[in-house]
Ligand binder design. Sequence first.
Ligand SMILES: Nc1ncnc2c1ncn2[C@@H]1O[C@H](COP(=O)(O)OP(=O)(O)OP(=O)(O)O)[C@@H](O)[C@H]1O
Length: 249
Amino acid sequence: MSEAGSSLMAVEVSGIQRQFSGRIVLNDIALSIPRGELFGLLGPSGSGKTTLIKLITGIDRADSGSVRVLGQQMPQLALLARIGYMAQSDALYNELTGRQNLAFFGAMYGLKGQRLNDRIRAVAELVDLEADLSKQTGAYSGGMKRRLSLAISLLHEPELLVLDEPTVGIDPLLRQSIWRELNALSRQGVTIILTTHVMDEADKCDRLGLIRSGQLIAVDTPEAIVRKSGTATIEDAFIALGREGGVLA
Ligand SMILES: Nc1ncnc2c1ncn2[C@@H]1O[C@H](COP(=O)(O)OP(=O)(O)OP(=O)(O)O)[C@@H](O)[C@H]1O
């Protein structure tokens, strides 16, 4: 693909293989995600979702194949400022307050002064943590830590947002408002890749990638996946594909 063509794509993965101790965990993955798309990765526990998004963010390196993000070959240190990543386990400093955590990560992304304060206020409001910013993070509940991690991933207004199970432990009301924000960001052109086990969240994605045993078995809109699998819902489609070992072309 030409440079001009590839820049329309936020993510281009081809021929990816990743193994751990000789065991193949991702096998021949090819995937292109256009800019501004809200893309969901779905798959059973241990199927390779986190491994794939770690390759996309440049945290891990594939054994073979190519990963391009925002038109550049990964891993690429310079791209980190353009990517927001929320890992499955929270990487927070427990002895610092919520605000200090936000300030620390904000400074890492080059934010300072009024701009840093404005962004801290905006993301704290988004995840409903304004009243808790002065508390030590070690005293936060699991859901509050998730919300703070999400706020950190949004601080520097990244062009690509990669979220590993972002709404686990978050109550339904806040989950709704987070989804409103994800949709708004997507409309503004931010590309979002998230993993989820929640089927009604999968339904909200522009397209889904279904992973099973390290292989991408279907990539399509939620409606098309349901239609092609001959089932009534994404959940049924997912179960049918897992059970039958089927692949949707
Ligand atoms: N650093 C590692 N060393 C060895 N094995 C690993 C490593 N990271 C992942 N694996 C293995 O790779 C496989 C895929 O793991 P991965 O975390 O990508 O799954 P997942 O689909 O994200 O699962 P979950 O939904 O439970 O988070 C698993 O069998 C896991 O044990």
